[in-house]
Ligand binder design. Structure first.
Ligand SMILES: NC(=O)c1ccc[n+]([C@@H]2O[C@H](COP(=O)([O-])OP(=O)(O)OC[C@H]3O[C@@H](n4cnc5c(N)ncnc54)[C@H](O)[C@@H]3O)[C@@H](O)[C@H]2O)c1
Length: 270
């Protein structure tokens, strides 16, 4: 059997493919024969089909890309994201979720039957269950502009812009899995543990690198971007053809240890 993953000839849209997990996934996708359309603030090194200069916190730049993206798409990968700190909390919420949701909602009607969406959440969003009412209320705002107006009207409510954005990705993924199933489209996300690269370097500008150690797996290992890129490729692929509505921790058992009461539950994970 060849092309088990099924990416040959597929049209793929990916945010955040200049560096890190997205860049690792984009390299693999090109090698697997996909036509990759990238959206990023920075230049993309992987030899993808076309890149749009997009700032995920600026709706106009997202809309400009949407206007030029293909009319039919097979797979959407949402990889763009920034740590907060140093990114201000509200900007992180806009980039990491509000922009992601705007793009995803706009592209869903273009995703072909059998297609899929995979997004990158975080261990930092794993406490979504204990904050579900607030997350659902935020999702019900619906549009980019309404979400921005809400955080501007209630700035103190969104001081953990990073964690809240990641909770929103996880809940959004589960909320729309049913309606997408009726269109034969899958949606999933991953929750990576700390991973090396630009993200971690930027975080280290605001806090000592050791701060992430309580969130690493039992062996203390920091993941490499390719560790996450591979799982994104898997979830978007034909190999995962019956997998949807899943938030998959990619953390070498970190969340498992919390569920089993073997680690301090620093994220209020239930
Ligand atoms: N690195 C970690 O420890 C870690 C852990 C959990 C989750 N995550 C999440 O994984 C995803 C990928 O992170 P990474 O570790 O590969 O980091 P990274 O910084 O290497 O990659 C982020 C990508 O997003 C792009 N980007 C950043 N801001 C943007 C903006 N405003 N508009 C458009 N593109 C923008 C960057 O240019 C880059 O290509 C992010 O969503 C991040 O929140 C990272």
């Amino acid at each position: 059997m060849s092309d088990l993953l099924g990416y040959e000839g597929k049209t793929v849209v990916m945010t955040g493919c200049a560096t890190g997990m997205g860049a690792a996934a984009a390299e693999m996708l090109v090698g697997l024969g996909a036509e990759v359309w990238g959206l990023d603030l920075f230049d993309v090194k992987a030899p993808i089909h076309r890149t749009f200069r997009v700032n995920m916190m600026e709706k106009d730049t997202i809309d400009a890309a949407i206007a030029e993206l293909p009319a039919e798409i097979d797979i959407l990968f949402n990889c763009a994201g920034v740590p907060s700190p140093p990114t201000p909390a509200h900007d992180a919420l806009k980039i990491n979720f509000i922009g992601l949701r705007h793009l995803t909602d706009a592209l869903i009607p273009r995703i072909r039957e059998g297609g899929s969406i995979a997004s990158i959440a975080s261990t930092a969003g794993m406490g979504w269950k204990s904050n579900l009412d607030a997350v659902k209320a935020f999702l019900e705002l619906g549009t980019f502009d309404a979400a921005v107006a809400e955080i501007e009207a209630n700035p103190d409510k969104y001081q953990d812009g990073y964690g809240f954005a990641k909770q929103c990705i996880i809940v959004y993924t589960q909320m729309i899995a049913g309606e997408l199933c009726e269109k034969n489209i899958r949606i999933n996300c991953i929750a990576p543990s700390p991973t090396d690269g630009v993200f971690m370097d930027n975080l280290a500008k605001a806090m000592p690198r050791e701060v992430v150690m309580p969130f690493t797996p039992a062996n203390g290992q920091i993941a490499q971007p390719i560790d996450m890129g591979k799982v994104m490729i898997l979830l978007g692929s034909d190999l995962a053809s019956f997998v949807s509505g899943v938030n998959l921790p990619v953390d070498l058992g970190y969340c498992a240890q919390i569920y089993m009461g073997q680690r301090d539950n620093l994220m209020n994970i239930t």
